[in-house]
Design a protein around this ligand. Sequence first.
Ligand SMILES: C[S@@+](CC[C@H](N)C(=O)[O-])C[C@H]1O[C@@H](n2cnc3c(N)ncnc32)[C@H](O)[C@@H]1O
Length: 273
Amino acid sequence: MSMLSDPNYLRNEQYRDAHNLNARMALHERFSTNPEDWHLWVFKQFEFSPDSRLLELGCGPGSLWLKNLNRLSKAWKITLSDFSPGMLDEAWRNLHTSGKNFQFEVIDAQNIPYPDSYFDGVVANHMLYHVPDRPKALSEIHRVLKPGGKLYAATNGEQHMQELDQMVAKVEPGMVANLQKLNANQFTLENGAEQLAAHFESVTMHPYEDSLEVTEAEPLVAYILSMTRHAYQGLHEEKRPALERLVQKEVGKKKGFHITKSTGLFIATKAGA
Ligand SMILES: C[S@@+](CC[C@H](N)C(=O)[O-])C[C@H]1O[C@@H](n2cnc3c(N)ncnc32)[C@H](O)[C@@H]1O
Protein backbone atom coordinates (compact mmCIF):
# COMPACT_ATOMS: atom_id res chain seq x y z
CA MET A 1 0.00 0.00 0.00
CA SER A 2 1.24 3.48 -0.86
CA MET A 3 1.88 5.81 2.07
CA LEU A 4 -0.65 8.17 0.48
CA SER A 5 -3.44 5.82 1.54
CA ASP A 6 -1.86 4.17 4.58
CA PRO A 7 -4.33 4.90 7.42
CA ASN A 8 -1.73 4.52 10.19
CA TYR A 9 0.64 6.96 8.56
CA LEU A 10 -2.15 9.41 7.71
CA ARG A 11 -3.88 9.34 11.10
CA ASN A 12 -0.82 9.14 13.33
CA GLU A 13 1.79 11.14 11.43
CA GLN A 14 0.77 13.21 8.40
CA TYR A 15 -2.57 14.38 9.84
CA ARG A 16 -1.96 13.82 13.56
CA ASP A 17 -2.61 17.55 13.75
CA ALA A 18 -2.89 20.37 11.20
CA HIS A 19 0.85 21.19 11.14
CA ASN A 20 1.66 19.67 7.71
CA LEU A 21 -1.59 20.78 6.09
CA ASN A 22 -1.14 24.33 7.40
CA ALA A 23 2.33 24.50 5.78
CA ARG A 24 0.78 23.59 2.43
CA MET A 25 -2.22 25.89 2.77
CA ALA A 26 0.07 28.79 3.70
CA LEU A 27 1.93 28.50 0.39
CA HIS A 28 -1.32 28.54 -1.59
CA GLU A 29 -2.77 31.41 0.38
CA ARG A 30 0.30 33.60 0.01
CA PHE A 31 1.31 32.96 -3.59
CA SER A 32 -1.81 31.98 -5.58
CA THR A 33 -2.40 34.08 -8.69
CA ASN A 34 -6.19 33.62 -8.57
CA PRO A 35 -7.45 36.52 -6.42
CA GLU A 36 -10.54 34.52 -5.39
CA ASP A 37 -9.74 32.42 -2.32
CA TRP A 38 -10.07 28.66 -2.93
CA HIS A 39 -12.45 28.02 -0.01
CA LEU A 40 -14.67 30.93 -1.03
CA TRP A 41 -14.78 29.60 -4.58
CA VAL A 42 -15.72 26.07 -3.39
CA PHE A 43 -18.45 27.46 -1.19
CA LYS A 44 -19.89 29.44 -4.11
CA GLN A 45 -20.44 26.17 -6.01
CA PHE A 46 -22.74 24.76 -3.28
CA GLU A 47 -26.44 24.53 -4.05
CA PHE A 48 -27.99 23.53 -0.74
CA SER A 49 -31.47 24.53 0.37
CA PRO A 50 -31.56 26.70 3.54
CA ASP A 51 -32.52 23.81 5.85
CA SER A 52 -30.04 21.21 4.59
CA ARG A 53 -28.33 18.48 6.58
CA LEU A 54 -24.68 18.37 5.52
CA LEU A 55 -21.73 16.07 6.16
CA GLU A 56 -18.08 16.87 5.51
CA LEU A 57 -15.69 13.91 5.37
CA GLY A 58 -11.99 14.53 6.01
CA CYS A 59 -12.74 18.09 7.17
CA GLY A 60 -9.20 18.74 8.43
CA PRO A 61 -9.12 21.92 10.57
CA GLY A 62 -12.50 23.04 9.16
CA SER A 63 -11.06 25.84 6.99
CA LEU A 64 -13.91 25.71 4.45
CA TRP A 65 -16.45 26.67 7.11
CA LEU A 66 -14.21 29.04 9.02
CA LYS A 67 -13.66 31.11 5.88
CA ASN A 68 -17.39 31.14 5.02
CA LEU A 69 -18.95 31.53 8.47
CA ASN A 70 -21.01 34.58 7.53
CA ARG A 71 -22.38 32.80 4.44
CA LEU A 72 -23.86 29.75 6.21
CA SER A 73 -27.62 29.35 6.30
CA LYS A 74 -28.83 29.56 9.93
CA ALA A 75 -30.84 26.33 9.59
CA TRP A 76 -28.04 24.16 8.18
CA LYS A 77 -27.07 21.23 10.38
CA ILE A 78 -23.44 20.46 9.61
CA THR A 79 -21.57 17.35 10.72
CA LEU A 80 -17.82 17.86 10.43
CA SER A 81 -15.88 14.62 10.44
CA ASP A 82 -12.37 13.31 9.99
CA PHE A 83 -10.79 9.94 10.75
CA SER A 84 -7.95 11.71 12.58
CA PRO A 85 -9.04 12.70 16.13
CA GLY A 86 -6.22 15.30 16.16
CA MET A 87 -7.55 17.00 13.04
CA LEU A 88 -11.10 16.92 14.32
CA ASP A 89 -9.90 18.54 17.52
CA GLU A 90 -8.42 21.40 15.43
CA ALA A 91 -11.76 21.80 13.65
CA TRP A 92 -13.57 21.83 17.00
CA ARG A 93 -11.20 24.47 18.39
CA ASN A 94 -11.67 26.61 15.27
CA LEU A 95 -15.45 26.37 15.13
CA HIS A 96 -17.14 25.33 18.37
CA THR A 97 -17.65 28.92 19.56
CA SER A 98 -18.90 30.13 16.16
CA GLY A 99 -22.55 29.93 17.20
CA LYS A 100 -23.34 27.82 14.12
CA ASN A 101 -24.92 24.39 14.11
CA PHE A 102 -21.81 22.16 13.88
CA GLN A 103 -21.37 18.62 15.19
CA PHE A 104 -17.94 17.02 15.31
CA GLU A 105 -17.45 13.28 14.77
CA VAL A 106 -14.59 10.87 14.12
CA ILE A 107 -15.67 9.04 10.94
CA ASP A 108 -13.81 6.94 8.40
CA ALA A 109 -15.25 7.67 4.94
CA GLN A 110 -15.38 3.93 4.26
CA ASN A 111 -17.93 3.36 7.01
CA ILE A 112 -20.34 6.24 7.61
CA PRO A 113 -22.43 5.63 10.75
CA TYR A 114 -25.64 7.22 9.46
CA PRO A 115 -28.90 5.82 8.04
CA ASP A 116 -29.72 5.69 4.34
CA SER A 117 -30.90 8.92 2.67
CA TYR A 118 -29.96 11.10 5.66
CA PHE A 119 -27.94 14.00 4.20
CA ASP A 120 -28.77 16.59 1.54
CA GLY A 121 -25.10 17.10 0.78
CA VAL A 122 -21.71 15.53 1.41
CA VAL A 123 -18.39 17.36 1.01
CA ALA A 124 -15.15 15.39 0.53
CA ASN A 125 -12.42 17.85 -0.42
CA HIS A 126 -8.90 16.71 -1.16
CA MET A 127 -9.40 13.51 0.78
CA LEU A 128 -10.70 10.77 -1.55
CA TYR A 129 -7.16 10.16 -2.85
CA HIS A 130 -6.27 9.01 0.67
CA VAL A 131 -9.02 6.39 0.92
CA PRO A 132 -7.81 2.81 0.27
CA ASP A 133 -11.22 1.36 -0.63
CA ARG A 134 -12.62 4.26 -2.62
CA PRO A 135 -15.53 2.30 -4.16
CA LYS A 136 -16.66 1.46 -0.61
CA ALA A 137 -16.44 5.12 0.46
CA LEU A 138 -18.33 6.27 -2.66
CA SER A 139 -21.07 3.70 -2.11
CA GLU A 140 -21.34 4.82 1.54
CA ILE A 141 -21.61 8.47 0.45
CA HIS A 142 -24.27 7.53 -2.11
CA ARG A 143 -26.17 5.53 0.53
CA VAL A 144 -26.33 8.35 3.12
CA LEU A 145 -27.37 10.97 0.53
CA LYS A 146 -31.06 11.65 -0.04
CA PRO A 147 -32.37 11.20 -3.59
CA GLY A 148 -31.24 14.31 -5.47
CA GLY A 149 -28.50 14.92 -2.86
CA LYS A 150 -25.07 16.06 -4.00
CA LEU A 151 -21.49 15.10 -3.32
CA TYR A 152 -18.90 17.87 -3.70
CA ALA A 153 -15.43 16.36 -4.03
CA ALA A 154 -12.38 18.53 -4.71
CA THR A 155 -9.15 17.01 -5.95
CA ASN A 156 -6.00 17.71 -7.97
CA GLY A 157 -4.99 16.93 -11.52
CA GLU A 158 -1.96 14.89 -12.53
CA GLN A 159 0.14 17.95 -13.38
CA HIS A 160 -0.55 19.63 -10.04
CA MET A 161 2.64 21.22 -8.75
CA GLN A 162 4.79 19.21 -11.12
CA GLU A 163 7.67 21.69 -10.68
CA LEU A 164 8.15 20.41 -7.13
CA ASP A 165 9.01 16.94 -8.42
CA GLN A 166 11.47 18.45 -10.88
CA MET A 167 13.06 20.51 -8.14
CA VAL A 168 13.36 17.63 -5.68
CA ALA A 169 14.75 15.38 -8.43
CA LYS A 170 17.60 17.86 -8.92
CA VAL A 171 18.78 17.42 -5.35
CA GLU A 172 17.86 13.74 -5.00
CA PRO A 173 18.05 12.01 -8.39
CA GLY A 174 17.39 8.54 -6.91
CA MET A 175 13.94 9.50 -5.64
CA VAL A 176 11.85 6.45 -4.70
CA ALA A 177 8.42 7.98 -5.27
CA ASN A 178 7.10 11.37 -6.10
CA LEU A 179 3.98 13.40 -5.89
CA GLN A 180 2.90 13.07 -9.50
CA LYS A 181 3.34 9.32 -9.63
CA LEU A 182 1.46 8.92 -6.37
CA ASN A 183 -1.42 11.13 -7.47
CA ALA A 184 -1.81 9.57 -10.91
CA ASN A 185 -3.03 6.25 -9.50
CA GLN A 186 -5.54 7.71 -7.11
CA PHE A 187 -8.45 10.10 -7.50
CA THR A 188 -7.59 12.91 -9.91
CA LEU A 189 -9.34 15.47 -12.08
CA GLU A 190 -8.51 13.15 -14.99
CA ASN A 191 -9.83 9.85 -13.61
CA GLY A 192 -12.30 11.01 -10.92
CA ALA A 193 -15.39 11.35 -13.15
CA GLU A 194 -15.19 7.70 -14.14
CA GLN A 195 -14.87 6.58 -10.52
CA LEU A 196 -17.83 8.75 -9.48
CA ALA A 197 -19.98 7.70 -12.43
CA ALA A 198 -19.88 4.10 -11.16
CA HIS A 199 -22.03 5.31 -8.22
CA PHE A 200 -23.73 8.56 -9.20
CA GLU A 201 -26.17 9.49 -11.93
CA SER A 202 -24.70 12.81 -12.98
CA VAL A 203 -21.12 14.00 -12.58
CA THR A 204 -19.68 17.38 -13.57
CA MET A 205 -16.16 18.76 -13.14
CA HIS A 206 -15.42 22.41 -12.37
CA PRO A 207 -11.80 23.52 -12.71
CA TYR A 208 -10.36 26.26 -10.50
CA GLU A 209 -7.86 28.23 -12.58
CA ASP A 210 -4.76 29.03 -10.57
CA SER A 211 -0.98 28.90 -10.33
CA LEU A 212 1.65 29.97 -7.82
CA GLU A 213 4.33 32.63 -8.28
CA VAL A 214 6.52 32.00 -5.27
CA THR A 215 8.88 34.77 -4.17
CA GLU A 216 10.02 33.43 -0.79
CA ALA A 217 12.03 30.29 -0.12
CA GLU A 218 10.97 29.31 3.39
CA PRO A 219 7.27 28.54 2.73
CA LEU A 220 8.17 26.46 -0.33
CA VAL A 221 10.79 24.46 1.56
CA ALA A 222 8.24 23.90 4.35
CA TYR A 223 5.72 22.68 1.76
CA ILE A 224 8.13 20.12 0.32
CA LEU A 225 9.26 18.97 3.76
CA SER A 226 5.63 18.39 4.80
CA MET A 227 5.58 15.47 2.32
CA THR A 228 8.93 13.78 2.84
CA ARG A 229 7.32 10.64 4.25
CA HIS A 230 4.80 9.92 1.47
CA ALA A 231 5.89 11.77 -1.68
CA TYR A 232 9.59 12.32 -1.26
CA GLN A 233 10.85 9.35 0.71
CA GLY A 234 14.26 9.69 -0.93
CA LEU A 235 14.77 13.21 0.33
CA HIS A 236 17.18 12.47 3.14
CA GLU A 237 18.04 14.86 5.93
CA GLU A 238 21.50 15.59 4.52
CA LYS A 239 19.96 16.83 1.26
CA ARG A 240 17.96 19.56 2.93
CA PRO A 241 20.66 22.26 2.72
CA ALA A 242 20.98 21.57 -1.03
CA LEU A 243 17.19 21.81 -1.40
CA GLU A 244 17.15 25.09 0.49
CA ARG A 245 19.91 26.52 -1.72
CA LEU A 246 18.08 25.46 -4.90
CA VAL A 247 14.75 26.91 -3.74
CA GLN A 248 16.50 30.12 -2.73
CA LYS A 249 18.04 30.40 -6.19
CA GLU A 250 14.75 29.74 -8.01
CA VAL A 251 12.59 32.12 -5.99
CA GLY A 252 15.28 34.78 -6.27
CA LYS A 253 14.73 35.00 -10.03
CA LYS A 254 13.10 38.11 -11.44
CA LYS A 255 9.47 37.03 -11.30
CA GLY A 256 9.80 34.37 -8.61
CA PHE A 257 9.25 30.66 -9.14
CA HIS A 258 6.26 29.54 -11.21
CA ILE A 259 4.33 26.46 -10.05
CA THR A 260 1.54 24.87 -12.09
CA LYS A 261 -1.70 24.19 -10.29
CA SER A 262 -4.36 21.80 -11.45
CA THR A 263 -7.25 21.60 -9.05
CA GLY A 264 -11.03 21.57 -9.17
CA LEU A 265 -14.30 20.24 -7.87
CA PHE A 266 -16.53 17.35 -8.92
CA ILE A 267 -20.26 17.61 -8.30
CA ALA A 268 -21.96 14.22 -8.31
CA THR A 269 -25.74 13.90 -7.93
CA LYS A 270 -27.78 10.95 -6.68
CA ALA A 271 -30.80 10.28 -8.87
CA GLY A 272 -34.39 10.59 -7.93
CA ALA A 273 -35.23 14.03 -6.54
C1 LIG B 1 -5.55 17.03 2.51
S1 LIG B 1 -6.48 16.99 3.98
C2 LIG B 1 -7.91 17.93 3.46
C3 LIG B 1 -8.59 18.65 4.60
C4 LIG B 1 -9.82 19.49 4.18
N1 LIG B 1 -10.84 18.71 3.51
C5 LIG B 1 -9.39 20.62 3.27
O1 LIG B 1 -9.70 20.57 2.08
O2 LIG B 1 -8.73 21.55 3.78
C6 LIG B 1 -7.12 15.33 4.02
C7 LIG B 1 -7.92 15.02 5.28
O3 LIG B 1 -8.60 13.78 5.07
C8 LIG B 1 -8.52 13.00 6.26
N2 LIG B 1 -8.68 11.59 5.87
C9 LIG B 1 -7.82 10.80 5.19
N3 LIG B 1 -8.34 9.58 4.98
C10 LIG B 1 -9.57 9.59 5.55
C11 LIG B 1 -10.63 8.62 5.65
N4 LIG B 1 -10.48 7.37 5.18
N5 LIG B 1 -11.78 8.99 6.26
C12 LIG B 1 -11.93 10.24 6.78
N6 LIG B 1 -10.96 11.19 6.73
C13 LIG B 1 -9.80 10.87 6.11
C14 LIG B 1 -7.17 13.37 6.85
O4 LIG B 1 -7.09 13.08 8.23
C15 LIG B 1 -7.09 14.87 6.53
O5 LIG B 1 -7.61 15.65 7.57
